[in-house]
Design a binder for this molecule. Sequence first.
Ligand code: SAM
Length: 199
Amino acid sequence: MFDKEREAIFDALAADWSSLPGPPLAAVLELLEGLKLEDKVVLDVGAGTGVLIEGGLRQRPKKWICCDISSAMLAQIEAVWSGNPGVETLHADAHDLPLEDNTCDAVICNSVLPHLRNRCRALAEFRRVLGVDGQLLINHFQSRSRINEIHRSSKHPLLREDLLPPADVVAAELLELGFEILQSVDSEERYLILARKPE
Ligand SMILES: C[S@@+](CC[C@H](N)C(=O)[O-])C[C@H]1O[C@@H](n2cnc3c(N)ncnc32)[C@H](O)[C@@H]1O
């Protein structure tokens, strides 16, 4: 399974992506603070142009794997980070990760969830690659209504349907898949779900 339609859309968007305002470094540091990533293997799913990398590396993870369906997005990460042995790129679809079971300590999905066309399958993949005690962080630095407003006005018809569901819907799916929910925020400022693989 490789989402060719979104691959083409995001490949086309990649050139302009890094000129869009990303989250401030302080916000990224605050987001990742609680994850305790030192010496950990982190999978940054839908990494885009790598807005989380600088903040993430401050915690000295063992490995920061940037996975994306768009090779054009990953090329931008490589242009900046290829000299850093801790940063790897992985051209893959989140629904079908070419990673062994139990090999990641944290999976981070920043601004990606609405684009996953079979969300439950992707969430199950995240659980599969996480080790016991591994954490899944789903985040948007804006509210669900703002994200959905932006997507509904996309020039790409496919992305207009990429809508973010209420956090309690996703939390229920995660519980069903055997995750434990540590935090769930679906407010006017923020959308965040933090879950843990208990066993
Ligand atoms: C809105 S961008 C967010 C990029 C980055 N995480 C950020 O916060 O700037 C969504 C990213 O998810 C990627 N993506 C979409 N569907 C994907 C999938 N099925 N598997 C992996 N990456 C995917 C896109 O190529 C794009 O780079």
